[in-house]
Design a protein around this ligand. Structure first.
Ligand code: HEM
Length: 479
């Protein structure tokens, strides 16, 4: 244990007084930009594509907090400091928008749902209508569906328990997260094949978005993957989603699903969403609520495999909170350690590891001039690994998120859900689901690495474990 942390008798990790964190503002961040040439840029992209996500950190350490990449097609700024990210996401968000060739392409594929919604007035109206449905208070209506869906998935994993068979829990979480988002959106009437079709399309779409983001500003002669696969997958998924929506709206039931809430929601002028808007928003929620959560959970399990102390604390919490029997919606606020563990996993492996905006007008970030049209990329991964903000940045220390801890971290610098007006609309949904999954999983199973366990982060639209997370499950005593 480093001198920055000490361990108390009950195993609590404490940060030294000197590490109490101040919220850095833009003055604390370096304000001059370093330029990265085309060859270095290609080198960086190649390293990231081959799994060396830490290459992005090395570039920031070498070049400073703002990195400029000048291409024939325009300029790109990479931002590595949370103060700069807050500036473009919050303080001057009007100037940093989701416009330009890349976002046009995404809209062409995905429709005009919340993550890409334009114009701003349209996005605002949609956000106003959808946000309350995912607010903590209304989320309570979805909790029974969420818990039942998690239970079903964990039950289906029993065949692996005690069999000594290796189980890729990353795949398991992908199925689980898709099942939760599908059931909370549509209820239990969705068939297995509809669910599989949606999952395939979302996966293909998320993959292609990353490559489009990385390559849209690079020269045209570079070999860019065909987009036919994406288009075909999305057409088929649109078909499935539209037929589920039609089925539900014809049935006209109010069954406490997200879809029935969205069907009934009205703006101030009394109008709701038309069929196309509804389909785009449903697709946005499916896309947002699937791989982000499942990869976050996979990394949490990977980290717990190397931390018997945190595993024990998590299991103790789960046993205490669920001691009355079946998990219930009222249990969620008590799952504190489970939340901190997920928060720390999102810090170390933020699924949305970078964001993407385009400057509308000329501006300055610190002293660095920004021309209109510049692509601005806050790199969340770098922000979450900065030694000047996170003591022992590479270590798994969930206790930093305990707000009662004298040396709790400043959550302002934790940005896995983005920030400002376009902050993730599903953050509370995600935190609730993840806290329940981890607690219910560790209450039921002991988890150990499968023989030959190997892990490597692979950066795509999210940071995925390249070889999955191969584990063995054993039932806990009494389960
Ligand atoms: C651990 C889980 C999750 C992570 C890490 C995550 C991350 C993010 C991030 C970083 C953004 C901002 C993107 C930007 O500014 O460009 C975002 C936006 C969004 N997320 Fe999530 N998300 C998660 C879960 C969810 C869930 C569960 C849902 C839906 C049920 C969801 C739906 C959305 C939507 C609709 C937006 C667009 C919001 C807007 O622009 O108004 N996300 N998410």
């Amino acid at each position: 244990m480093s001198d920055k942390f000490s361990s108390t008798a009950d195993g609590q990790v404490k940060l030294a007084q000197s590490d109490q964190l101040q919220s850095p503002d833009i003055d604390d961040a370096s304000v001059s930009a370093s330029r990265l040439g085309l060859l270095s840029t290609m080198g960086l992209l190649t390293k990231i594509a081959t799994g060396r996500i830490e290459a992005i950190e090395e570039v920031f350490i070498r070049h400073g907090d703002i990195i400029t990449i000048s291409l024939k097609a325009g300029q790109i700024l990479l931002l590595g400091h949370p103060a700069h990210a807050r500036y473009i996401l919050q303080e001057n968000s009007q100037n940093y928008v989701k416009e330009g060739i890349f976002w046009d392409k995404v809209r062409f594929f995905l429709g005009n749902g919340l993550p890409v919604g334009q114009p701003r007035s349209f996005w605002r109206r949609q956000r106003r209508m959808i946000q309350p449905q995912l607010h903590r208070k209304d989320l309570a209506k979805l909790l029974e569906l969420m818990i039942a869906s998690i239970e079903d998935s964990l039950n289906s994993w029993e065949e692996y328990a005690d069999s000594k068979c290796s189980f890729d829990i990353n795949e398991g979480f992908a199925d689980l997260a898709m099942d939760v988002v599908v059931k909370t959106l549509f209820g239990t009437s969705v068939t297995e094949s509809e669910s599989q079709e949606i999952r395939r399309a979302v996966h293909v779409a998320l993959d292609s978005i990353f490559w489009d983001m990385s390559l849209s500003s690079l020269p045209r002669w570079l070999p860019i993957r065909s987009q036919r696969r994406t288009r075909e997958a999305l057409v088929s998924c649109h078909h499935v989603v539209s037929s589920i929506i039609n089925r539900q709206s014809t049935a006209g039931r109010d069954d406490n699903t997200l879809l029935s809430m969205l069907l009934n929601v009205r703006d101030e002028d009394g109008t709701g969403m038309n069929e196309e808007q509804l389909r785009d928003e449903v697709f946005a929620l499916l896309g947002g609520g699937y791989e982000t959560i499942s990869t976050g959970l996979s990394w949490a399990v990977h980290l717990l495999l190397h931390s018997p102390e945190q595993t024990q604390k998590l299991r103790r919490e789960a046993q205490k909170v669920f001691c009355h029997g079946r998990p219930a919606p009222e249990d969620v606020p008590a799952l504190k350690r489970s939340r901190w563990i997920f928060q720390e996993a999102l810090r170390l492996y933020p699924p949305g590891w970078f964001l993407y905006r385009q400057a509308v007008q000329d501006d300055h970030i610190g002293d660095v001039p920004v021309q209109s049209g510049t692509i601005v990329i806050p790199v969340i991964y770098r922000m979450h690994h900065r030694a000047d903000i996170w003591p022992r940045p590479q270590d798994f220390v969930p206790d930093r998120f305990d707000p009662t801890h004298a040396f709790a971290c400043n959550v302002k610098n934790w940005m896995p859900f983005g920030g400002g007006e376009r902050i993730c609309i599903g953050s509370e949904f995600a935190m609730t689901e993840a806290a329940l999954v981890l607690a219910m999983l560790y209450q039921r199973y002991k988890i150990s690495p499968a023989p030959g366990y190997r892990i490597r982060p692979h950066a795509s639209t999210t940071i995925r474990p390249k070889y999955g997370v191969a584990v063995q499950l054993r039932r806990c005593a009494g389960q």
